[in-house]
Design a protein around this ligand. Structure first.
Ligand code: URA
Ligand code: SF4
Length: 220
């Protein structure tokens, strides 16, 4: 019997070099999700970025491309960032969970996204913290509940606490930073018009708060 996976901790090198972290993450077996997914999808972006965006987990597209937010959710996210006046080139993009979790449809074998459990998010959290320690952003934008709860704890409610800047001071994070939560782009994509347009506008409003926070300059 294989021993129960105990989380990513033992795979994370004590380094703030993103290249080293990315290389080590490729071999992570910190939870069972590495077994069926194609690859670890690590974050991408500048080594130092003032803004980090954290999604839930890679989807079908990202599992193939190896990069976060390259599928439909990424398309919507790009449009929302553009509307909020955020240059996506300067942003570090990542996910709370680094392997794609899915179920196969019996009819056609298509891979359907499955939400990661809290245990999987906890197992993968050391990678997210290592990325934050390396990139040292002033603000982390959590896209949806998985990233928000991973960083703010299980009582955080995106629906109630979205669009506001919260302190982010966690054990294992060298520097205190700040967090703002908004919805996940996939939750907007799932809606029909006119609800979709309203949800998109609300997401842009949250991201505009993030842009304002960054424009106001570093807090330290
Ligand atoms: N959804 C996410 O949360 N992350 C991705 O990278 C793609 C879709
Ligand atoms: Fe490791 Fe995270 Fe992948 Fe689980 S999801 S195997 S903890 S990288």
């Amino acid at each position: 019997m294989t021993p129960r996976a105990l989380g990513a901790e033992r795979f994370v090198p004590p380094s703030d070099d993103l290249g080293r972290l990315r290389e080590a993450a490729a071999a992570c077996e910190g939870c069972d999700l590495f077994r069926d997914a194609t690859r670890t999808v690590f974050g991408t972006g500048p080594e130092r970025a003032r803004l980090v965006l954290a999604g839930e987990q890679p989807g079908d597209h990202e599992d193939k491309s190896g990069k976060p937010f390259t599928g439909p959710s990424g398309g919507l996210l790009d449009r929302a960032l553009d509307r909020a006046g955020i240059d996506c080139e300067g942003v570090y993009l990542t996910n709370a969970v680094k392997h794609f979790k899915f179920a196969r449809l019996q009819q056609n074998g298509r891979r359907i996204h499955k939400k990661p459990t809290r245990g999987e998010a906890t197992a993968c959290r050391p990678w997210l913290l290592a990325e934050l320690n390396a990139v040292r952003p002033e603000l982390v934008v959590a896209l949806g509940a998985t990233a928000a709860k991973s960083l703010m704890g299980p009582d955080f409610r995106v629906t109630v606490q979205r669009g506001a800047v919260h302190d982010l001071a966690i054990d294992g994070l060298d520097e205190a930073t700040a967090l703002l939560a908004t919805v996940h782009p996939a939750s907007v994509l799932r809606l029909r018009e006119p609800e979709r347009e309203d949800a998109f506008a609300a997401m842009v409003a949250d991201l505009s708060k993030a842009a304002e926070f960054i424009a106001a300059g570093p807090r330290r």
